[in-house]
Every structure is written in C-alpha cells, then in structure tokens.
Design a protein around this ligand. Structure first.
Ligand code: ADP
Ligand code: MG
Length: 661
C-alpha cells in the first residue's frame, strides 16, 4: 500500500458514474427521468448503435438557465431537493443530483436548453466532464441532451457492453416502461433512424399500451382500479387468455416511478393462480399511488428498488385489486373475434354484449335480469324465470367393482394389488336414460357395495337471491367434448371437461368457508396407501380436507376414506383424494402461503374428478353442467386457465352468411 491520496474531482466522478451509469440503458433512463421531471408533455428518445455512439433526449419542459448549465454537471447538484427532510416527500423521479455528472464524465455531452423567461437558449459542451463550450444559442423551449461515444474514456466498461442490438433491447425495455408510466406525455422513440413507437399523450393508459405493446396485448387487458388503506392501485392486467413465459411484462410503478418489487410480483402472481397455467406469467401495467412517506426510493442507486414501511399492506392492495378485477370483468371469449379485421381495428371495444340502443339493463323486484325499453316494458333476457337447481340431483346409488378395465381410476391401477373391494365407479347424479347401450357407465351390483348419498346440510336458500335458470337449448355435442347450447342470441360452445372442472373447483373452494359442508358417506371405505410425506400433508391440512367433504381415518400408512364431497362422483373420489394429498405434498414451496398450496392442489384434484372429454355422459349431467356454466359468472376459465366456453353471436352468423350487412 502506498500513500493515501484524495482523489481528484474527475476520478471521483468516474467511480461514482459506475454506480448510476453502467450501460447505455441506465443513461437513457436517467435522461428520460430528467425530461419527465422538467414537466414536458412531449419527449423524444433517439439512439444509434445501441446507445453507444449516440443518445438524444429532447423535451419541451421547463429548461435550464444559462448560468445553471455548468452546475448541472456537478455531483450532488440538483434543483429537486434542498434539505434532508425533503427526502421524505420526493415527488420527482430524480433527486440525487448525480446523473448528469455521471453521464458527462464518461461521454461527450451537449446540452441545449431554453427556459420560458429567457430570449435566447444556451449550449454547453463537455468531454469527460470538462466543459469545452458554454455559449448562447438559438433553440426551442425545453432541453435536448445529446450523449456521444459513451464510455470512450473508460475502455474497461466499454468492453463489458453486449452487442449493439442487445444494448438497444435494454434501452427499449426502459423506454417502454417509462412511456407507459406517463400516458399524459407523448413519447417518440427512434432506433437507428427507424421510428419504433409514438404514444399519443392523451392520458389513456390503454392507448399507451396499444402503441407500445401492440394490439394483441391491449385488446386482452382488464382494467384494475381499487383504493384502500390510502393506497390506490390503477392499471391493466392480462385477461387469462393472455400470458407470457417470463416476467418481462409484469410492470409496476410506485407513484409513476418504474420499479422492480418482489412483493408486488408475488401478489400479482398469487392473484392469478388458478386463472392461468402454473408455468405461465401474467402481464400487467400497474401503478400504485401511495404517500411518499411510506416508501423509501433511496435504497438503490438507480432507484429501481424501493423499500416499504409495511409490505403486507402493499401485497394486499395489489392482490385484492387484481383478484377483484379478474373475478368481475372476465368475459367468455368470443370465437372468431380475433380473426375479424373490423373488430381487431377497434381494440378497445368491450367484448361483452351491449344492451340494444334505447334499452337499458334492469333487474325486477325478484332480481331477474331483463332489458327495459322506452315504454318501460321489460323483456327478460332469460325468458320465464325459474328456480335454479344448485347441485346435481342426488339420490341413493349402488356401486360395484368396475367391470370395464378402461373405467378403473388411475389410482387403482397404481395401488390396488389385492382382490378386495377398494372403489367403484358410478356417476352419482345419473338418472335413467334411454341411450344406455351408448354410455360408458358401470353396471350396478347390489351385493358388492352400497353408498348413501346424503346432504348433511339443508341448503337454506335466500329467497331474494334466487338464481334464474336461463331458457337455453342444448343443440348437441361435438366430438363428445364440446356441448353446443343456444341461449337468446348466443350460441355457446362449452368444453364439458373444463366447465365441470371449474364448477367442482369453485364449489369445493366455497365449502372451506362453510360451517357445515355437505358430503356423501361411503358404506365401504376406500383404502388409499400413502407415503409418509403424504401422511404428514394429510395431517397438516386435515381441517381443510375435511371441509371440502372428504372424511378419512388413518391406519398406519393407509387412509380409509369414508366420506367424499357430494360434488364428486364416487368413482372419481379416491383419485381426487389421492391427487389432493400428493399435490399438497409436492406443492409446498417456501414462497407459497398455506392457502395457495391448498388451492392449487384442490384444482388439480378437481381435474381428476371432472368428467372427461371424449367420453359419453348422461344427458342430465350435461344439462346440469350447461346450466351451471350459463348461470355462474365466474365459470369462464377452467382452473388451468383454459377457456371453458366460447360464444358465437347470431349477429355474427348472420353477417357471415350475408343475411345482413
Ligand atoms: P437530479 O435529476 O437528481 O436532480 P441530475 O444530475 O439528473 O440530477 O440533474 C441535475 C439538475 O439538472 C436537475 O436537478 C435539474 O435542475 C437540471 N436538469 C437536468 N435535466 C433537465 C431537463 N431535461 N430539463 C430541465 N432541467 C434539467
Ligand atoms: Mg436526474
């Protein structure tokens, strides 16, 4: 070690520059933030060669006074804060007073600026932080910063840069995010002479999303808007038919500042669970408005990470905002929409049905829905109101060992090695049907076994909230998989497996919060042999499992199931139980809450219990699935995030067949 030196201003700046400006994208981010802080409503970003040879950011904001220009290049020179206490209430993106110092110390910079009050503009040129020129110059109001030859005096940093195209992609990612954070500003972005995008600045976030992420994403978004605990969550999330295989489009802002935030990511992804496949990621553009007092943006040199005084409040705000938006605004996807030019050109048109002109949607005193015209006449959407059947018809059913090998549940194939009775298959809601020979249905043998289906709880219906069974017609079933139903002016194509899966999942989930959930008792318990980790999961989640309607006792490593949920077919009961337990065991991750693990396992279990596509089922059961699908709002996507049903309107068909123009 030698003598201790006090570093020169230039060397100190070079070292500090490394923190703020590590690549062209971070320079662009800082300059963009300055432009936004200037109050501009028009900002242009232009880059060449991935920002290494040329970056230009022009704004029409407040400008910098002639005398202030050299000061702006100094470290800790800022007009945005004065005292330590100002750090508690930062409303600008910048405040550290380091960016211009850092950028100018590692490049050749030119700043042209004019304020409203001065007649002439000013120009300052500096190389490696050394001011070369400082003169009056004619220019427009606002500021233009041109950065050339970034890192020309720090070859070591230059060596670490990636290919120009890669550096350009990092810049694009930043410009996109910043541009979406401020839909009230018109951003223009040019790469190597090509206009990449331009946003309108009309203060409509969805228009900004459209300009930046494209029509496909913008069309498939749902609005999020929720305020609670002094936190406002606003923005857009993807509908379940839109997802990504990475987190690149999970975009969050705090008070319009783009940030990366683990808590928010977690809240978003948990809210999306059961709406999209588990290996996919949602898309979002969400801004959280919060009192700056509760966030510390001063924890990261480029202010990308923030600290909250109470993370749980932020988690809840995002989680419930997203969950509410998903539950209330998801519409059944309409078939053919995407192919239709006319609709694709109007990306923001709601995909749901609108009331005909001059008519409004009304509810009568019984809560039935209809449309009311000018003469106050109501036409009921579902015609004559009837009372909905809430559950499949339950009755005493006898069961036997399956005679058809195809019908042995997977679990038995794996576990049944003895000849004693373990389980059988039958569809509990089956009602005798004429097409017997067509159906894959177990024969009934009274001597082998018997089950009793009983509702342990009387369903107390609230008279006012009576649901209406819509006046639908089942047209048929295509490929033994897709039920075609007609209702009003809409034709529905319902994936019977996906719909059933969702119905079971929703019903079972609901039961967890009920005080006395229903189940069906088995006279002969089903045996399932389990691994020791599975026994541990079973004990851990005993309460939830019992609530869904599974009753069991443990005998060593064997679970004896004597009750199964009334929603689940007896034949599928063991498989559903086994799936639930094994997924509870696999699904445990440190990042997941108890409830999340259970919910996920439950929908995997629901999949096992649902009727299968490609098989023929009883008409009554198909009818019940159609009714539930048409009456329950949240049955639009199966728990894996696939659509449950598509809609085709009569209007669409008439147009396609050229009956109407
Ligand atoms: P900070 O943004 O943290 O204040 P910077 O080094 O980025 O620090 O900028 C220093 C100062 O230069 C700012 O506080 C501001 O007064 C001025 N400035 C920089 N860019 C602009 C701009 N585009 N328009 C107006 N003023 C600017
Ligand atoms: Mg700044």
């Amino acid at each position: 070690m030698g003598k201790i030196n006090l570093l020169s201003f230039e060397v100190a700046n070079l070292i500090a520059a490394g923190e703020v400006v590590d690549r062209p994208a971070s320079a662009v981010k800082e300059l963009l933030e300055n432009a936004i802080d200037s109050g501009a409503d028009k900002i242009t970003v232009e880059i060449k060669n991935g920002g290494t040879s040329f970056i230009r950011i022009a704004d029409n904001g407040c400008g910098i006074e002639f005398d202030d220009l050299p000061t702006a290049l100094l470290r800790h020179a800022t007009s945005k804060i004065k005292e330590a206490s100002d750090l508690d209430s930062i409303s600008t993106l910048g405040f550290r007073g380091e960016a211009l110092a850092a950028i100018s110390s590692v490049s050749k910079i030119r700043i042209l600026s004019k304020t409203q009050n001065s007649d002439l503009g000013a120009m300052l040129e500096a190389h490696a932080g050394q001011v070369l020129t400082h003169i009056n110059a004619g220019c427009q109001e606002g500021t233009t910063v041109i950065v050339e030859d970034l890192f020309y005096n720090v070859p070591a940093r230059k060596k670490f840069l990636k290919r120009d195209a890669t550096e350009a992609s990092y810049i694009t990612s930043i410009v996109e995010k910043v541009a979406m954070s401020r839909p009230d500003i018109s951003f223009k972005y040019i790469i190597d002479g090509d206009l990449k995008f331009i946003t309108s600045g009309d203060n409509n976030t969805q228009n900004a999303i459209y300009a930046i992420l494209g029509a496909d994403v913008a069309k498939k978004t749902i609005k999020v808007s929720r305020a609670s605990d002094g936190i406002k969550v606003e923005g857009f999330i993807s509908a379940p038919n839109l997802n990504r295989s990475n987190r690149n489009l999970e975009i969050f802002y705090i008070n319009s500042r783009y940030i990366r935030c683990g808590v928010m990511v977690k809240a978003l992804e948990q809210a999306f669970e059961s709406y999209i496949p588990s290996d996919k990621f949602p898309v979002c553009v969400i801004n959280v408005e919060i009192d700056p007092l509760y966030v510390d943006v001063n924890v990261h040199p480029s202010k990308l990470e923030v600290k909250f005084s109470n993370e749980q409040v932020i988690f809840d705000a995002i989680y419930y905002a997203v969950r509410t938006a998903l539950a209330t605004s998801i519409e059944r996807p309409m078939l053919f929409n995407e192919a239709k030019e006319s609709i694709a050109n109007t990306p923001f048109k709601a995909l749901d049905r609108e009331a005909p002109k001059n008519e409004k949607i009304v509810f009568d005193t019984n809560g039935n829905i209809g449309t009311e015209n000018k003469n106050k006449t109501i036409s009921y959407i579902f015609n004559e109101p009837k009372t909905e059947k809430q559950s499949p018809p339950t009755k005493i059913t006898k069961i036997e060992l399956p005679s058809d090998d195809d019908f042995v549940p997977d679990f038995l194939r794996k576990y049944d090695t003895s000849s004693t009775l373990k389980v059988s298959s039958s569809f509990s809601p089956i009602i005798p049907n004429e097409n017997k020979e067509e159906k894959i249905e177990p024969k009934i043998d009274t001597e082998k076994a018997e089950i009793i289906t009983e509702a342990k709880e009387e369903i107390i219906e609230e008279p006012k909230k009576q649901k209406i069974v819509p006046d639908y017609k089942i047209i048929g079933e295509a490929f033994n998989s897709y039920v075609i139903a007609e209702l009003g002016d809409i034709l529905y194509l319902i994936d019977k497996h996906a719909a059933h899966e969702r119905i079971i999942f929703e019903d079972l989930k609901k039961k967890i919060s009920e005080s006395n959930p229903s189940s069906q008792m088995l006279l002969i318990p089903i045996e399932v042999s389990l691994a020791s980790e599975e026994i541990a999961s079973l004990n851990e989640y005993k309460q939830e499992i019992n609530k869904t309607g599974f009753g069991f006792t443990l005998n060593g490593n064997i679970a004896l199931i004597d009750e199964i949920p009334s929603e689940i077919d007896v034949g599928a009961g063991a498989d559903a139980f086994f799936t639930l337990v094994s997924k509870l065991t696999d699904g445990k991750e440190a990042t997941k809450s108890r409830y999340e693990v259970f919910e996920k396992a439950l929908y995997q279990s629901s999949c096992k219990a649902a009727i299968k596509a490609g098989r023929i089922y009883d008409n009554e059961h198909i009818k019940w699935i159609v009714e539930r699908t048409l009456t329950l709002d949240n049955i639009k996507y199966c728990p894996h995030g696939r659509p449950v049903a598509f809609e085709i309107t009569k209007h669409f068909l008439e147009k396609e067949f050229e009956r109407i123009k």
